[in-house]
Design a protein around this ligand. Structure first.
Ligand SMILES: [Zn+2]
Length: 155
């Protein structure tokens, strides 16, 4: 596997105007805020990666310029099952599909606000998306996958 180094900071509006794409991996262990949600029974080494693909684009119409970021964030991470309290590996796939604005726009759905003329931390953005997608009570897909003894003990 070739690992493309992703930039630390990006200027989303510039990237939209240039129609740029990003593809590469980040290391899960660099996500300090996300760590709070992960099981600490499993050591997060360099094998735990986050695959990132982001496509930036801009569209001009009568109302001005519109900026888009679309893509996918895929990773596998050890979570703690909320039902049986055991660690399990969860595949996370987050679809990114946003309009990007320079300021709040209450009329629009599915948008994010990013600072103009100020680069953003790519890792922070990715981490936020991952936290949003796992924060809602993670658990084993099937109750059969849960630890039987723990279930008996907890009920
Ligand atoms: Zn479970």
């Amino acid at each position: 596997m070739t690992i493309n180094k992703l930039p630390v900071k990006i200027d989303p509006f510039k990237m939209c105007l240039a129609g740029e794409s990003l593809q590469g991996v980040l290391l899960l262990r660099h996500c300090r805020r996300l760590k709070e949600y992960l099981s600490d029974e499993i050591v997060i080494d360099d094998d735990f990666v986050i695959n990132v693909r982001l496509d930036f684009s801009a569209l001009e119409d009568d109302n001005g310029s519109h900026f888009f970021v679309k893509g996918k964030i895929v990773s596998s991470m050890p979570l703690i099952c909320n039902r049986c309290l055991q660690s399990f590996m969860q595949n996370i796939s987050v679809k990114i599909d946003y309009l990007i604005f320079k300021k709040e726009d209450k009329k629009q759905e599915n948008y994010i606000v990013m600072p103009d003329n100020e680069p953003i931390h790519l890792l922070d953005f990715i981490e936020d998306e991952l936290i949003l997608s796992i924060a809602l009570s993670p658990k084993h897909k099937k109750i059969d996958d849960c630890d039987d003894d723990m279930l008996k003990y907890l009920v």
